[in-house]
Design a protein around this ligand. Structure first.
Ligand SMILES: Nc1ncnc2c1ncn2[C@@H]1O[C@H](COP(=O)(O)OP(=O)(O)OP(=O)(O)O)[C@@H](O)[C@H]1O
Ligand SMILES: [Mg+2]
Length: 272
């Protein structure tokens, strides 16, 4: 995976401010001049203005930026939950026109079904796909093992901690074996200690599965902990300010001088 990540930088840079289809052969996600305007009677909001960047196969990319810069809007456009006003998103060369099982989603507010047990939550996408027994249960068990929740398979969401709920969310998103994992501030509501544990887990899942990950956060340290590259966004209108390669070996230590320098660099780009 390291090889892919290193080589991906040139593609990303070449593509960050222009539409460059020639470089798309290894690109998993191409965000191509995406503009999103929300219009209401009262006001017009340019949530995204000509946003372009690419994500390579197997790459971990974080989107950071201040509140209101369009992170969730971009996430929703990539997820196919929202159509862009202009421009498009391509996944493995295909224009996104709606949601699909090639993308697994994890949300900040968990989005678990309270009336379903942990294993029934994880099974949801598989049921939608028409997966039959015993394959379905086998896959659910596999996912629960991956996120360390085997013992809680019969528990209900209300019986779980925030961190555990988020792990169920990740297991559910990965159960249908999507090529891309999309996460919008998934660890925003858990405490700092749990968050660090979830970072380790997510990175280990990423290494095991080789998924392409797009992760939204406004926590700069979280982005530098996780990402191969960080897309720094700016608000009003929402746009790409800069794309920063994080050239630090994993596991990363927050106390490292280089780690701190990346955090400072990105914070000053955001204006923090
Ligand atoms: N459905 C909508 N209708 C109208 N305006 C919207 C809609 N969704 C988002 N916006 C506006 O678009 C802009 C970007 O919002 P968005 O939620 O994408 O920001 P964000 O970067 O995710 O912020 P946060 O860090 O607070 O989650 C904001 O000005 C917001 O008010
Ligand atoms: Mg948001």
């Amino acid at each position: 995976m390291a090889g892919i990540n290193k080589n991906s930088d040139q593609y990303a840079k070449a593509d960050s401010h222009q539409n460059n289809r020639g470089n798309e052969t290894r690109a998993k996600v191409v965000v191509d001049m995406v503009t999103k305007v929300f219009e209401s009677e009262r006001q017009t909001v340019r949530a995204l203005d000509e946003v372009s960047f690419t994500v390579s196969d197997g790459e971990f990319v974080c989107l950071v930026g201040p509140s209101g810069c369009g992170k969730t809007t971009l996430f929703r456009v990539i997820a196919g939950l929202e159509m862009p006003t202009n421009g498009e998103v391509r996944l493995a060369g295909n224009t996104v026109t709606g949601p699909g099982t090639d993308r697994g989603m994890v949300f900040q507010e968990y989005g678990l079904f309270p009336w379903r047990t942990v294993q029934e939550n994880v099974a949801f996408g598989l049921e939608e796909q028409g997966a039959v027994e015993p394959n379905r249960s086998r896959r659910v068990d596999e996912m629960l093992e991956l996120v360390g929740l085997t013992e809680f398979k019969n528990a209900y969401p209300k019986e779980l901690s925030g961190g555990m709920k988020q792990r169920v969310g990740i297991a559910r998103a990965l159960a249908v074996d999507p090529e891309i994992l999309l996460a919008d501030e998934p660890f925003g509501s858990v405490d700092a200690q749990t968050r660090e544990m979830l970072h380790d887990e997510l990175l280990s899942i990423w290494t095991t599965t080789g998924k392409t990950v797009l992760f939204v956060t406004h926590d700069v340290e979280e982005a530098v902990t996780l990402a191969d590259r960080v897309v720094v966004m700016a608000p009003s209108p929402g746009r790409v300010n800069e794309i920063v390669d994080i050239d630090v070996d994993r596991p990363r230590q927050r106390t490292d001088v280089t780690f701190g320098e990346y955090v400072e660099q990105i914070r000053s780009l955001i204006g923090e």
